[in-house]
Design a protein around this ligand. Sequence first.
Ligand code: AP5
Ligand code: ZN
Length: 213
Amino acid sequence: KRLILVGPPGSGKGTQSPIIKDEYCLCHLATGDMLRAAVAAKTPLGIKAKEAMDNGQLVSDDLVVGIIDEAINKPSCQKGFILDGFPRTVVQAEKLDEMLESRGVKVDKVLNFAIDDAILEERITGRWIHPSSGRSYHSKFAPPKVPGVDDVTGEPLIQRKDDTAAVLKSRLEAFHKQTEPVIDYYKKKNIVANLHAEKHPQDVTAEVQKVLS
Ligand code: AP5
Ligand code: ZN
């Protein structure tokens, strides 16, 4: 299966991805995670992306399209993939269609993590991540066994630089202006499934499983 996860910041895309990935043996391609790794490693891509990310704005279409074009060629992505955080503009969606068409495949389903903006600030400001694995926790909703420490590796957890209430405002603005039209783009193709992303994580997982079964 070839899936797209779309939803505002904090809607649960990164939380559901590992579960879907394991169940369907898909590869998980999260442009946000890939960009953060590039920023941390100070690669040319990271240097170009950093300012926009810190300010909660979208990175240029060319940069992210380039990352995805390369990533979907990986052998582990041939059976299917989960795109988490891509496409985020209609231009990116059109480029993705071209990429897939030239490979003779298409997007099967778009999971729309529908949720009210008001819930997102608490989710975003309470999030803690383990950078190398991408595992995420929440100080209230999904606390690690030891505060500030990853359950699996014992390594320290960090907070994302863009996870402040102020930057969230810009990220939400970008979502409504630039990414909501992407949902309409896929609605016209009749492949959008709406999820109740405000529910408990297990209930969201159950909805995902129902859609994909
Ligand atoms: P990205 O990393 O994609 O960030 P985002 O879209 O803002 O999404 P988040 O990662 O914040 O949210 P999520 O839905 O994954 O939430 P999570 O599951 O962790 O992008 C970052 C930046 O990179 C962008 O601003 C942009 O600059 C750039 N970028 C990336 N892709 C791009 C593209 N295609 N084009 C241009 N620029 C791009 O959950 C959040 C928290 O809530 C966690 O703590 C979690 O434990 C908790 N939680 C999750 N689900 C629930 C639940 N059901 N109930 C209670 N708590 C929950
Ligand atoms: Zn995420």
